[in-house]
Write a protein of this length. Structure first.
Length: 252
């Protein structure tokens, strides 16, 4: 058993700028800047058993008691295109302040950012990262750049995790006809200069479900031949042994 409670507050401030321009083909019809600050307080008691004896399934499952303040600030820029509101850029900044020593740590914790930048319907840049405020270094950084050229969608990404890896990923997806699609995914390690993973996938649209034929070559596991079946209504349910290049979060 474990008891926790808390309270949170947030507000929304915005201003609309009278901007009408098509410079650099941005197609801006007014510009709205929205600022959303928030703060939350959380109290959590220790569980009735030693937390070290419990299985922590993920980072969000915090089993240690203590008091903390959470601060967040979101900045968003929007415009109008064809009568619809469009998000051009969103930047979220957040951090926690531990009032007690939670797992030996007190004061400000890691500083996190999350950026989504989409000035065009065919171009998008996403990035997120975590900065260790006590150590003064970035723990990890992720960045993805996507673009659409006709029916071909291509992207390149960067992954950095301190003392672990620094990698570049790349991939593209192209339709061959109304029923078949072909995609490639590559992962390159900057530190070692090795091509750590490559994947080639042929996908068939079978009306209610997808059938994927996959060839995956990983440096540590060798070559694998896979067949994946996914229902269109539930694309996350299925046999997912492959590793494909992720699409942007704002892409439907």
């Amino acid at each position: 058993g474990m008891f926790f409670t808390g309270i949170g507050m947030n507000s929304k401030l915005f201003r609309v700028y009278d901007v009408e321009t098509d410079v650099l083909n941005l197609d801006l019809h007014k510009l709205r800047h929205i600022i959303t600050p928030s703060v939350a307080y959380r109290y959590q008691a220790d569980p009735v058993v030693d937390p070290t004896q419990l299985l922590e399934l993920d980072e969000t499952e915090d089993l240690w008691g203590g008091q903390r303040l959470s601060f967040a600030l979101q900045n968003k820029f929007q415009t109008k295109r064809e009568g619809q509101s469009v998000d051009l850029a969103t930047l979220l900044l957040k951090t926690d302040y531990h009032l007690d020593r939670i797992e030996g740590s007190k004061g400000f914790q890691d500083f996190e950012y999350d950026l989504e930048f989409k000035p065009y319907s065919w171009w998008e840049f996403d990035s997120d990262g975590e900065f260790d405020m006590q150590g003064g270094f970035f723990k990890d950084i992720h960045a993805d750049l996507w673009g659409t050229m006709g029916q071909v969608r291509a992207g390149v990404g960067y992954l950095f995790e301190k003392d672990e890896e620094s990698q570049i990923t790349a991939g593209f997806i192209t339709p061959l006809n109304p029923f078949w699609k072909f995609s490639i995914y590559e992962r390159f390690d900057i530190k070692t200069g090795d091509l750590e993973e490559q994947e080639y996938r042929l996908s068939r649209d079978l009306h209610c479900w997808f059938l994927d034929f996959i060839v995956n070559d990983r440096e540590d596991n060798g070559v694998a031949f896979l067949v994946a079946v996914k229902l269109k209504a539930f694309p996350d349910i299925g046999v997912n042994a492959e590793h494909s290049f992720a699409t942007p979060r704002t892409n439907d």
